[in-house]
Design a protein around this ligand. Structure first.
Ligand code: IMP
Ligand code: MG
Length: 174
């Protein structure tokens, strides 16, 4: 197995991540009172965030996953689906759960794709937002924390598939 290519610097500690997730969960509980929710999570980066966030939500939730081809990560121009949702979201309240919004290319594509299924509502929650790198005008409804233009790993986020298992969030030192 390879190694992370650069030194890592601690950035967001575990207790701060937990506070961010709790606060996002509270906002979602307030806004979706009386409504059932479908969480849609792009693989693989969102796995730890959704695992923690869904346990803060007191409403009934369904969870589904989508996956895009690796080439469609931030650098890619075209986005292609590797795994689509298998839940019927027509007339349902849908919340996309992202760990980070960067250029927003993938999210923009995902929103258009999901809207074709005519959900009752569609919103985005992201743990981290990197607006400095935005290429498309997507504004998440719920943001845990806005960060500078840094490449971060940990808590589901990877560098060439490594680092997802770190409990804290770190950035790569160039
Ligand atoms: P987009 O550029 O907003 O389309 O981001 C696509 C995906 O790239 C994100 O959902 C993450 O999975 C990944 N990504 C973007 N920035 C970072 C980062 O700093 N660390 C790890 N993954 C990232
Ligand atoms: Mg992602």
């Amino acid at each position: 197995m390879g190694r992370l290519k650069s030194d890592l610097v601690s950035y967001i500690p575990v207790d701060e991540i937990q506070e961010m997730v709790e606060s996002l969960g509270q906002q979602i509980n307030q806004d979706y009172e009386g409504k059932d929710l479908v969480l849609i999570c792009p693989l693989k980066g969102s796995i730890l965030f959704v695992a923690d966030l869904c346990r803060q939500i007191i409403r009934p939730v369904q969870i589904d996953f989508v996956q895009f081809l690796a080439a469609s990560k931030s650098q890619g121009k075209n986005v292609e689906i590797r795994k689509d949702i298998s839940t019927d979201i027509r007339g349902k309240h849908v919340l996309i759960v992202e760990e980070i919004v960067d250029t927003a290319r993938t999210l923009s594509f995902l929103c258009e794709h999901l809207l074709r299924h005519r959900p009752a509502s569609l919103r985005i929650v992201t743990l981290l937002d990197k607006p400095a790198r935005r290429e498309l005008p997507i504004k998440p409804h719920y943001v845990g924390r806005t960060i500078e233009d840094r490449y971060v790993v940990g808590y589901g986020l990877d560098s060439e598939e490594l680092g997802r298992n770190y409990a804290e969030i770190l950035y790569l030192k160039h």
